[in-house]
Design a protein around this ligand. Structure first.
Ligand code: IP8
Length: 256
């Protein structure tokens, strides 16, 4: 067994980073390869011992979710819609896994549709059992989760965003650090400059806008709110910050 009790790093690769967000089901090969290089390098040189990767939907999940009118709150009872969303996410997940395997990263998929559920009601916290992820980590694997379709009591099937998964994984696994890598270099203020550090939502609420491309699960404001709720320090950064983050450096915006 791995035997390592080191708390994991939880890394989200944003859908906008690894796909071309405005072109349906198109991977951004260069960006995905660079991200996988950084991950493989950090694991190979021991900068990161245990790692959970979560990726977003980009032009795979969001395209189908919006076509079927499904979001984190609006559900569907149409199995075809669920298959479209989950199928597209599976395809993207397979591509991410392939690129990681090419670099000898022992990545394995953990699929939220098969694992997770939402109870009824607006305050119903996602139920995300973590024993498979925790055990895979202990055995030396890199679990890779993704935004997905998820069973939702009273609503059929809704969308679970990668950000929601990141928060639950980080809290439940006692993450050491959380990284959210996207196409922006950090959380931006009203002038477009990266905010170095965020300690409370009120301090930055006005500066935070919504995502400009189709994004059924909310923009930067929602992400910041979720990350602030964590015990672990989180960083929001762009592709250029990923290798540094994985080496333990501050990158982009620190949210703590
Ligand atoms: O891109 C949502 O994940 P996100 C994925 O992390 C789907 O918001 C299925 C739309």
């Amino acid at each position: 067994t791995g035997g390592g009790e080191a708390p994991p790093v939880v890394l989200k690769l944003g859908g906008s980073l690894i796909t071309e967000k405005d072109r349906p089901e198109t991977i951004d090969d260069e960006a995905l390869a660079a991200a996988c290089d950084a991950v493989a390098g950090a694991l190979a040189d021991g900068a990161v011992e245990r790692l959970v990767v979560v990726h977003g939907g980009g032009s795979f999940g969001h395209h189908h979710a919006s076509e079927h009118g499904v979001s984190t709150t609006a559900g569907t009872d149409d199995a075809g819609a669920v298959m479209d969303i989950h199928g597209a996410m599976t395809e993207l997940n397979d591509a991410v896994l392939d690129r990681l395997h090419e670099r000898d990263v022992p990545a394995v998929p953990v699929r939220p549709l098969s694992l997770s559920a939402r109870p009824a009601g607006p305050d119903g916290d996602l139920d995300l059992p973590l024993s498979s992820t925790a055990t895979l980590l202990g055995e030396g694997f890199v679990p890779v989760l993704h935004g997905d379709a998820v069973a939702t009591a009273g609503a059929g099937v809704t969308v679970v965003s990668g950000d929601e998964l990141v928060v639950d994984l980080a809290a439940g696994l006692g993450a050491r650090r959380v990284g959210v890598c996207s196409t922006v270099p950090g959380v931006l203020d009203g002038d477009g400059d990266v905010i170095a550090s965020i300690g409370s939502f009120e301090a930055v609420a006005d500066a935070l806008g919504a995502s400009d491309a189709t994004d059924v699960s909310g923009g930067m404001a929602a992400k910041v709110r979720e990350l602030l709720a964590l015990d672990a320090p989180a960083h929001v950064f762009g592709a250029a910050g990923l290798a540094g983050f994985l080496r333990g450096e501050d990158a982009g915006t620190r949210i703590d």
